[in-house]
Design a protein around this ligand. Structure first.
Ligand code: URA
Length: 270
């Protein structure tokens, strides 16, 4: 009986991890009726439109509202004079449904005036619970990797993510979500004023460098990223620890990236 209960609890937890608790609307939508309806009813026969059900949970389609939300994000980000104000501005920003499904805002942490800033993708379940970046299994691997070249968030770098809210079910952030939160991230970089960035994973690399190249082509060399108010900053893309947990053979490439970083820090004046 006990065993049955724990099997059921495990199955339920798995469903939640996959996002099965993410209802999209307050009332169910009859998608078959929508599909079967004529594309456009004649003007006279068209009934008064029902008020649209209010989306209460995360859904990429809700990003149709992105342009005004993006302008609000830009204005809020630009008016934040320091990191505390920026964190409050992100918490107050209601332009993304990700906020509705996440538990905690995950901002940045570490040594803001260290000259080095790491940028990851988005919080996972552990980070969402703790309200801190990179604290789950992949974060622990990241800490060990950076410790192997003498770097830690306690002493040597500041760490944050492109998205401050966990995407439901840990799905990959959409391009629209990344674009919406980029003004906040860029402002965060401008306030931290790092001399170097490490872009952890393809989402962070593509979000800040742009272009079509994937992380395996971008990694292994320094790029430059333009940050408004700060100028061009050297940025090193590297493989995400989540990927390394699945593909341990790629740790060799990640190690090469870490050595590139170490060399740049050692050669930096003062
Ligand atoms: N993956 C990320 O990109 N960021 C986190 O904070 C945790 C996992």
């Amino acid at each position: 009986m006990e065993q049955d209960k724990s099997a059921l609890a495990a199955a339920l937890a798995l469903q939640c991890d996959w996002g099965a608790d993410e209802a999209l609307m307050e009332s169910p939508a009859d998608r078959l009726a929508v599909r079967d309806a004529p594309a456009r009813a004649p003007e006279a026969a068209r009934p008064e439109p029902e008020p649209a059900p209010r989306p209460i949970r995360a859904a990429p389609v809700a990003l149709a509202a992105a342009p005004p939300a993006l302008a609000r994000a830009q204005a809020l980000a630009e008016s934040a004079p320091d990191l505390a104000a920026l964190k409050a501005a992100i918490a107050a920003f209601d332009g993304s449904p990700l906020k509705e499904t996440a538990t905690n805002l995950v901002f940045g942490e570490g040594v803001a005036d260290s000259g080095l800033m790491l940028i990851g993708e988005a919080p996972g379940a552990d980070e969402d619970r703790a309200g801190r970046p990179f604290v789950g299994a992949s974060g622990q691997l990241l800490d060990r990797m950076f410790a192997s070249v003498g770097l830690s968030r306690e002493s040597n770098f500041y760490i944050t993510n492109i998205l401050p809210w966990r995407p439901p079910g840990n799905r990959t952030p959409t391009d629209a979500e990344v674009a919406l939160f980029l003004p906040f991230l860029r402002r965060q970089v401008a306030l931290v004023r790092p001399k170097r960035l490490v872009l952890v994973g393809g989402v962070a690399a593509k979000g800040l460098i742009g272009g079509k190249e994937g992380i395996t082509r971008l990694r292994g060399r320094w790029h430059e990223v333009e940050i408004p108010g700060l100028g061009r900053i050297p940025a090193l893309p590297t493989l995400h620890p989540v990927y390394l947990l699945r593909s341990p053979a790629s740790k060799r490439d990640a190690w090469a990236d870490l050595l590139l970083l170490r060399r740049a820090l050692d050669q930096a004046p003062g």
